[in-house]
Design a binder for this molecule. Structure first.
Ligand SMILES: Nc1ncnc2c1ncn2[C@@H]1O[C@H](COP(=O)(O)OP(=O)(O)OP(=O)(O)O)[C@@H](O)[C@H]1O
Ligand SMILES: [Mg+2]
Length: 304
């Protein structure tokens, strides 16, 4: 089976499982299902041109002092995402700089996952999304989902399939896979069925699969949700190490302690708006807009 061309993605016909498959790059493994190819770039251009999406309502700008002198990788301007009747994001202005560890926080349904998907370029949107090419090519993005979809295959096949899907030549796959598994401490488990791994190990495998793509930007959706404290720490350390290796990280979490530990920058979302976006120390020490302050107060009273 030939790997799909990079300019195409697979549009699922209604199943959220297939959506997850598509987005973390294993859709082709499900060939024979009712997946349909679409031109993702065209879909995004259509959306950017206003295709079907309604105009975002006027809104106050997010309180922000993130004007890092760093190298910009991605920029959103007045970006909005609508799912039918639901305006999941509205008027988002955000620039992601190389080396950022941007943590997204906010109540359930505030738009964190949607923002990650928008940064990845996987949802139709209104407004502007711009990817820069500081190294002469647009940044490579990889996303880790809250509940990673692992196929009932061996650990290493899960990683190799991801590489195959992204068009990595066969000759490079074995070595890239081995390095990624070693990076997350799963080299001893390469032949085991992926679904036999513990929750923490599965999350590390999903990280390995994403990291093997050699991304410039890792998008992580609640990467430690549902892990026990030990596994949570392990995954946090791993994220920290990947960031130290030079990967730019954007992650969502409900754990403010984790935002403090891992973030260089924290953004608070509410009802689809980016309310505040500040360096981590200022986020936890400055006077914040009322809704963000309220959220912090409520969360900090029961989460460490
Ligand atoms: N595929 C979809 N179809 C319809 N509505 C959606 C879809 N994805 C998200 N939404 C809606 O968009 C809004 C934002 O959802 P999103 O998942 O981004 O929030 P979140 O901040 O990640 O929430 P949580 O903390 O619960 O993970 C919600 O109202 C949600 O119901
Ligand atoms: Mg979410």
């Amino acid at each position: 089976m030939k790997p799909p061309s990079r300019s195409w993605c697979w549009l699922p016909t209604g199943s959220t499982t297939f959506a997850a498959l598509r987005e973390d790059g294993l859709a082709a493994a499900a060939s024979g299902s009712s997946l349909q190819p679409i031109d993702a770039a065209q879909a995004r251009r259509d959306a950017a041109a206003g295709g079907g999406a309604q105009q975002a309502e006027p809104h106050p700008p997010a309180a922000s002092s993130v004007q890092s002198a760093g190298v910009p990788l991605l920029r959103l301007q007045q970006a909005g995402v609508r799912f039918g009747e639901v305006q999941a994001l509205r008027g988002v202005d955000l620039t992601l700089y190389r080396g950022d560890r941007l943590v997204l926080v906010g109540p359930n349904g505030s738009g964190k996952t949607t923002l990650l998907r928008l940064l990845h370029g996987l949802v139709p949107f209104e407004g502007r999304r711009e990817a820069f090419a500081p190294q002469g090519r647009t940044p490579v993005l990889a996303m880790l989902f809250q509940r990673p979809f692992l196929l009932s295959l061996s650990v290493r096949t899960n990683v190799r399939l991801g590489l195959w899907l992204h068009g990595v030549p066969r000759a490079l796959r074995a070595e890239r896979c081995a390095r990624a598994l070693q990076r997350v401490g799963l080299d001893g488990e390469a032949r085991r069925p992926a679904r036999d791994l513990s929750g923490g190990q599965q999350q590390r495998l999903a990280l390995a699969r994403a990291w093997a793509l050699q991304p410039d930007v890792l998008l992580l959706d609640e990467p430690t949700a549902s892990l026990d404290p030990g596994a949570k720490r392990e995954v946090e350390h791993l994220i920290e190490h990947l960031a130290q290796d030079g990967v730019t990280v954007v992650m969502s979490t409900h754990n403010l302690g984790q935002a403090k530990r891992l973030g260089t920058r924290v953004a608070y979302l509410e009802a689809g708006r980016l309310v505040v976006d500040l360096p981590v120390d200022r986020f936890f020490n400055d006077v914040l807009p009322a809704e963000a302050a309220q959220f912090l107060k409520g969360e900090l009273s029961w989460k460490g």
